[in-house]
Structure formats: structure tokens, C-alpha cells
Design a protein around this ligand. Structure first.
Ligand SMILES: *Cc1c(COP(=O)(O)O)cnc(C)c1O
Length: 390
């Protein structure tokens, strides 16, 4: 075993099941391992490296900021934070933004906002938050409670109280909970990523909006994974035409640097007051400069390219021998195979492509600017290996 693997195994807490691969450097959608073997990256560090590895424009934006201010604390104003908030609001219609460092933190902020909003506007007993079964909202105790999958809860109880779980794509199941409990909010991912790349239906998203209005609760969308162009729209809600009251995002926003954002629309704007929430590293200037660059590059041309690439993957793989189904939105795709997906994934790695898994599906989360040639080569290999595994 290489020195890096054995050192990692000995000294890094064993919370991750890693692939047997040490990555050393990358360029765009190409990444190399310690033996010099080259791969087409199809996972972007779980939807994080929006423009792949060491993208030139991104590196310039980050290094320019590095030479100015790396951190200020939130006791002072700084340009990258103010500009990023303005860009996010301008492009979504949100009124204000809270910055943190991860998806879980962005969701924690949304949850605190929902509790405070309900306590202020409806009464403190309206603390329940409805999430969906099979969802994923993070790894802190509260976001685990929000995550509607029992396997994540075992042995970590007692979790934060007040979460209720409805069936995805079943509006009646949501309404029953809204009727029977005093609620503050509904929290949902437009596409359940970790749950197996399962999109919510158009009808269900519209019902969620209508129900949240009817019962006067906040509609909060977790776009940690679907956000920042991944869906083929800047944010996935825009593809449904259903505007949330709170939106959370993280993963791809910084293009590879840690940042989380909670966006407040009209109904939730101004809920959190001075002193009620904070984060030492939140709005880190370097992460914000990186995110400004990422957002500026996600324009209509790039988004239509993302949709075209998505369409290509769907049409090429749907109905192919060995493939049961293809699901997802934009460049967030789940492939259900007839044969064992772990074996297919291993064969893919041997042939120089790096997809990952979501439940038992093969999951693709390539860079939004993955070259066509690389994408076509990778999709061909997946099709071949899925058929071989029959
Ligand atoms: C990854 C993810 C999270 C958690 O984000 P972290 O940055 O790992 O805390 C939350 N929600 C969704 C939908 C995610 O995909």
C-alpha cells in the first residue's frame, strides 16, 4: 500500500469508505492518481468543483483575493461578501443572504429561521418542520433529524425534536401533517441527491407552494446539491417556476472552497436579527471571491450547455441493455443498472472514469463545463460496462 494510504488509514478517523485511489492533481475534468494514471472526473468532489480542477479563471479569482484579505471576521464589511450577496439576490429575487461554510450549516440557519419566524408570527408552539422521507440535509444532530432516513439516526438519539416526515411526491401526506401538527415550515430538496437522484415532480412542487401558502408556513428548498447551475438552471426552483421562502445552497457555490448560503425571500427576510445567528468563518473573503467568479460564469450559454449535455446522457443511456432507468435533472444524474453497480463502478475506474454512487445507482455529477469529447467517452464506457455486468 502507498505511504499516503497507510498514513491516512492510521491517522484519519475512519468515517469514510474511500476508493482505493490517491489523487494528486487535476486540470479541468481530468485528474491524475499517484501512479500517473489519468481519469475523466464525473463526480467533481460531490458536485463541488463546478468548473473542474485548477480552472484558470477560478484560480486567478482566488489568488487575487488571497493577496488582499484572507479573513476579516464579521465585525467588518468587505467587498467579496457584499458583492456575492448582491449577485445572489439579483439573480434569485431573494432579499438577503446569510453566509456559512457548508450545506449542513446553511440548513441549520434555515431551521433556526423557521423556528424564529413561527415564534414571532404564529406562536412558539408552531415549531414543527416537515421534511421528506429519503431526504438528506446534513450530518449535524439537527440536520440529521431533518434527514428522513432512519439509517442515519440509529444510535445518535435523542435528535432535535419537531421534525415530521412526509412522502415525497405525495401532497396528501404533506397536508395531513400540516393539519395535525402546528408547523413552521416544509424543507425539501428539489432533487433528492443522496437519496438516489430522485426529482420531485412538477405537480408536487406546485402543491408544496400552495400548501405552504394555505397553512402559512415557510417553503424552504435545500439546493445544497441542486444549486449553482447543476440542474441546468441557476437554481432548480427556477426550472419548476416555484419560488421558495428560504433557499439553502453550498457545494458548487465556491467551485471548490467551503461556503454555505441561506437566502431569505420576502416572507423570511429580516427574521434573524443582530446577535441571533453567526459564524466566525462565514462570508470568508476567499470563498466569496471564488463564488462571485463561479456565479458570473453561470450564464445562459453555460446553462443551455448543461441542459444539452444532460439530454445527451439521458437519450444515450435510457433503454440501453443493462440499464433499468436514468433519473435526475441537469448534470445530476442517477443510473439504475441491472447488474451490480459496485462492480460496474470498479470496472469504470479501471477504464479511467470516476463516477460515484447514490444508494445502488451510478451517479454522475460532472463539471458543468466538461468537454463534450470527455463526456461522450465516459458515457460510452458506462453503457458498455452496464451491459457487460448483465
Ligand atoms: C451534501 C448535502 C448537504 C450537506 O452538506 P455539507 O456541506 O456536507 O454539510 C445537505 N443537503 C443536501 C441536499 C446535500 O446534498
Amino acid at each position: 500500500m502507498s505511504n499516503i494510504k497507510s498514513t491516512d488509514k492510521q491517522f484519519v478517523a475512519g468515517t469514510y469508505g474511500r476508493f482505493d485511489l490517491v489523487l494528486t492533481h487535476g486540470r479541468g475534468s481530468t485528474v491524475w492518481d499517484e501512479d500517473g494514471k489519468q481519469y475523466i472526473d464525473l463526480a467533481t468532489g460531490i458536485a463541488v468543483n463546478t468548473f473542474g480542477y485548477s480552472d484558470e479563471g477560478w484560480v486567478t479569482a482566488v489568488t487575487e483575493q488571497l493577496g488582499k484579505l484572507q479573513h476579516t471576521s464579521n465585525l467588518y464589511y468587505h467587498e467579496p461578501g457584499a458583492k456575492l450577496a448582491e449577485k445572489l439576490c439579483t439573480r434569485t429575487g431573494a432579499k438577503s443572504v446569510f453566509f456559512s461554510n457548508s450545506g449542513a450549516e446553511a440548513n441549520e440557519c434555515a431551521i433556526k429561521t423557521a423556528r424564529l419566524w413561527a415564534a414571532t408570527n404564529k406562536g412558539a408552539e408552531y415549531y414543527h418542520i416537515i421534511t421528506l422521507k429519503n431526504s438528506f440535509h446534513g450530518r449535524t444532530i439537527t440536520t440529521l433529524a431533518a434527514t428522513g432516513q432512519d439509517t442515519f439516526h440509529t444510535d445518535f438519539t435523542p435528535l432535535t425534536e419537531g421534525f415530521l416526515y412526509a412522502e415525497a411526491n405525495n401532497a396528501d401526506s404533506v397536508e395531513e401533517l400540516l393539519k395535525s401538527h402546528k408547523c413552521a415550515a416544509v424543507l425539501a430538496e428539489p432533487v433528492q441527491g443522496e437519496g438516489g437522484v430522485m426529482p420531485l415532480t412538477q405537480g408536487f412542487m406546485e402543491s408544496l407552494r400552495a400548501l405552504c401558502d394555505q397553512y402559512n408556513v415557510l417553503l424552504m428548498l435545500d439546493e445544497v446539491q441542486t444549486g449553482n447551475g447543476r440542474s441546468g438552471h441557476l437554481y432548480a426552483y427556477q426550472s419548476y417556476g416555484v419560488t421558495p421562502d428560504v433557499l439553502t445552497t453550498a457545494k458548487g457555490l465556491g467551485g471548490g472552497l467551503p461556503i454555505g448560503a441561506t437566502l431569505f425571500f420576502e416572507k423570511s427576510h429580516g427574521t434573524l436579527k443582530a446577535g441571533q445567528h453567526g459564524s466566525t468563518f462565514g462570508a470568508n473573503p476567499i470563498s466569496c471571491a471564488a463564488a462571485c467568479h463561479v456565479l458570473d460564469r453561470i450564464d445562459d450559454a453555460l446553462l443551455s450547455e448543461v441542459r444539452a449535455k444532460s439530454e445527451y446522457i439521458f437519450t444515450t443511456l435510457t433503454g440501453k441493455k443493462g440499464i433499468k432507468s436514468v433519473s435526475g435533472l441537469g448534470l445530476m444524474i442517477g443510473i439504475e443498472t441491472e447488474g451490480d453497480s459496485s462492480a460496474i463502478l470498479k470496472a469504470c475506474m479501471e477504464r479511467g472514469i470516476l463516477p460515484i454512487k447514490a444508494k445502488s445507482k451510478i451517479r454522475l455529477l460532472p463539471a458543468l463545463n466538461i468537454p463534450w469529447e470527455a463526456l461522450k467517452a465516459a458515457v460510452a464506457i458506462i453503457a458498455e460496462e452496464a451491459e457487460k455486468a448483465l
